[in-house]
Design a protein around this ligand. Structure first.
Ligand code: X2X
Length: 342
């Protein structure tokens, strides 16, 4: 064999071997999507919408199974982000609260009374802040694709109406596992206790804790009024967005065409999911509140002056966390909110 034809042969053989080993061609039979709650909730529904669109638009090349109850991390929602990075979880629709132990900037949305209304939430997620936070998540090792929404977290309890911070005095309130929540509820005179959502429900039922804070969609679908959570105060102190993400190795294993499909499906599903989360609350007469009355829940709406007392009591917490989260990011958020379209 002449040198030239030998070289040609060797090149061809190498290319053949490389294509046989190419990881880009290996799709898993099934991808695991982590969720805290299932399809009876707007959150779980948002995951299902994403999975269905991807399956349909890829003709089944990418087949996603839902794992609600954060079952891939045994219900420990604050470990979800690490499991995503490590590949124990392939993709997720997760709350900023649950990932804030690993991505401290995500604590932004838990800053008490930062976001006065939905327009403020949108100004952050769809503006410079949203872009900066996606960069932070990417740098932390997981690929973010779209913003969804869990919602405004209102406070409920089994003991008495809450109208002023003093009403919270000594109340045992279940909070999620981010230290910012301990600071907020301690500042309000309550007795916060950290536990997972899986542990919170039996703790509320047995009256081991007096109250909790969650979006109304979670409050209702989890049937909290039936375990004695009869007092609900609409204080709108924080709202947690949801983020649609994919593990980076999984992402890299897909063709560019399939990556584009998964990204667009996440954007489409997230848009529908946000509308579901706001249903009954975004309308001027908030029909969801009437529904709650029918479940025997006393719904308390605060006057601006009453709300201000909660803002004032938590201001030192806001100031402390502004530094911890990053003063620049928080200032950008404050400016974006001030300039929002209403
Ligand atoms: O644990 C909660 O309160 C929940 C379900 O809202 C989250 O996962 C943040």
């Amino acid at each position: 064999m002449k040198v030239r034809s030998f070289l040609k042969f060797a090149l061809a053989a190498t290319a053949l071997a490389a294509s046989a080993m190419a990881p880009a061609q290996t799709y898993k039979p099934e991808y695991k999507m982590s969720l805290v709650v299932g399809t009876a909730f707007p959150w779980g529904k948002g995951g299902e919408l994403w999975a269905d669109k991807v399956r349909e638009r890829t003709q089944g090349r990418i087949n996603i199974k839902l794992y609600p109850g954060v079952s891939l991390v045994q219900g420990d929602q604050t470990r979800e982000f690490t499991a995503l990075r490590q590949g124990v979880i392939d993709m997720a629709v997760g709350s900023t609260i649950n990932w804030s132990p690993q991505v401290k900037q995500l604590n932004l949305f838990s800053m008490p009374f930062l976001m006065p209304d939905y327009a403020a939430v949108d100004a952050l997620t769809h503006g410079d802040v949203g872009r900066d936070l996606f960069k932070a998540i990417d740098q932390a090792g997981v690929l973010p694709l779209a913003w969804g929404e869990n919602g405004y977290r209102e406070i409920s309890n089994s003991k008495q109406e809450i109208r002023k911070p003093e009403d919270l005095k000594g109340m045992k309130i279940r909070v999620v596992g981010s230290p910012l929540f301990l600071d907020t509820f301690t500042a309000l005179g309550a007795n916060p206790t950290q536990m997972s959502w899986a542990d919170a429900q039996p703790a509320l039922a047995s009256k081991a804790v007096d109250g909790q804070e969650n979006p109304l969609s979670i409050f209702i679908a989890s049937k909290l009024p039936t375990v004695g959570q009869k007092y609900l105060t609409m204080w709108g102190y924080i709202a947690d967005p949801l983020i649609y993400v994919v593990n980076k190795e999984v992402w890299a294993s897909w063709t560019p065409a399939d990556q584009a499909i998964v990204r667009q499906a996440a954007l489409d599903a997230a848009k529908e999911q946000v509308a579901l989360s706001r249903k009954g609350l975004a309308e001027a007469d908030k029909p969801l509140l009437k529904e709650l009355g029918g479940m025997g829940v006393t719904v308390t709406q605060l006057s601006p002056a009453e709300r201000e007392a909660f803002v004032k009591a938590t201001r030192p917490v806001y100031d402390k966390w502004k530094t911890q989260i990053g003063a620049d990011l928080v200032t950008t958020a404050e400016k974006s909110i001030a300039a929002r379209k209403r």
